[in-house]
Design a protein around this ligand. Sequence first.
Ligand SMILES: *[C@@H]1O[C@H](CO)[C@@H](O)[C@H](O)[C@H]1NC(C)=O
Ligand SMILES: *[C@@H]1O[C@H](CO)[C@@H](O)[C@H](O)[C@H]1NC(C)=O
Ligand SMILES: *[C@@H]1O[C@H](CO)[C@@H](O)[C@H](O)[C@H]1NC(C)=O
Ligand SMILES: *[C@@H]1O[C@H](CO)[C@@H](O)[C@H](O)[C@H]1NC(C)=O
Length: 393
Amino acid sequence: MGLMKVNVSAIFLLLFLASRPDVKAESVVFDVTKYGNEEDICKAFKSAWEDACASTSPSTVLIPKGTYLLGPVIISGPCKAAIEIQVKGKLQAPEDMSEFEGFSSWITLNYVDQFTLTGGGTFDGQGKLASNQRTCGKDKHCKLPPVSLKFNFITNGIVHDITSTDSKYFHAHLLGCKNLTFQHFTITAHDESLNTDGIHIGRSKDIKIIDSDIGTGDDCISLGHGSRQITIEGVTCAPGHGISIGSLGKSQNEESVSGVFVKNCTISNTQNGVRIKSWPALFGGLASDIHFEDIIMKNVSNPIVIDQVYCPWNECNKKSPSKVSIRNVSFKNIRGTSRTPVAVQLSCSKDIPCKEVEVANIDLRYTGSEGPAKFQCSNVQPKFHGKINPSKC
Ligand SMILES: *[C@@H]1O[C@H](CO)[C@@H](O)[C@H](O)[C@H]1NC(C)=O
Ligand SMILES: *[C@@H]1O[C@H](CO)[C@@H](O)[C@H](O)[C@H]1NC(C)=O
Ligand SMILES: *[C@@H]1O[C@H](CO)[C@@H](O)[C@H](O)[C@H]1NC(C)=O
Ligand SMILES: *[C@@H]1O[C@H](CO)[C@@H](O)[C@H](O)[C@H]1NC(C)=O
């Protein structure tokens, strides 16, 4: 049986490694295709993961080249040693939402330390169908479609050379992660697909997203409360809604967002470029030490935005100021084109004006015919440096 073969070869590899202590430990490989041949590889994947996770030397769960159906699956650590999932093939989620009864995501990873996800393969969320595309809006009883990749409490990990396509909801969602890097992580979804955020981060620390291409129907990257020390560098975002912090202040006791560095990114044909948003009225919070630098905007509707009257579905009282405090924010070396006349809009809270906002070397041209580009401010007095176009508020 396949299972036997894997274990026997694993033992040989271990013996081999034990006899050569000078050699850097190679991974013990657990190939999912050796764990049965059902059409849905869910069970095989779980069994391979369990064996790999129990390995006391570094291990790899291998999904070889090919296309596989994978039903919703939850895999968890802690594991006995470093573990890698190597996806060479393409994994497809069930198309039908009814298959996700009892699951809020397609693939959930819990409590893994020293984790790697790589292999050049693709996670296809099969969210193209119109029936998957809906939004709950105000409806609190509506069941949200599943997130494609859910990372819960993953530490010291890297996800690289992986593609996520056509998720039904967010592509990747991080919660409680620490020291996790995404590199050469490609996301593609139709620009009209609802809520297909590229990467959403919440309550996580030391997260890097570098050299990655993200195209989706919602925020390319969104940072929820409790995101700290986040680096976003060398990312292209097109299409989508840009790189967004918030929305903050929607619930009680939100943790602050701090230490965000967005650098050397290109944002094209999106609704927003870089944005910080908070709900009016409601609850308090803090967003601080946030820096956007060396960013190219191409045909972006709203390139630079602070929006403290964010209120979709008209769910809130826009007249009552936001209780979220925003401070130590900089926008430097940002150039390109705006698709609407208001190229820069900084709308801060009347109760808690934004503090320590720095704006330097901005060159944003409006490409339409409704007059010159504008720089609008309320409840903020930015410090300006260098050339500022449109002329400063
Ligand atoms: C972060 O995780 C990577 C990948 O596992 C590891 O090489 C690195 O040492 C970790 N950094 C810290 C500060 O722990
Ligand atoms: C900026 O990002 C691009 C990818 O979008 C990369 O090719 C380039 O090397 C980066 N430049 C610097 C100076 O890091
Ligand atoms: C500008 O972006 C809009 C979508 O926001 C798109 O429809 C349009 O084709 C883009 N124009 C160019 C010249 O790329
Ligand atoms: C602003 O943020 C930067 C980056 O985190 C930090 O080094 C600096 O000390 C902060 N400035 C203030 C006045 O807090």
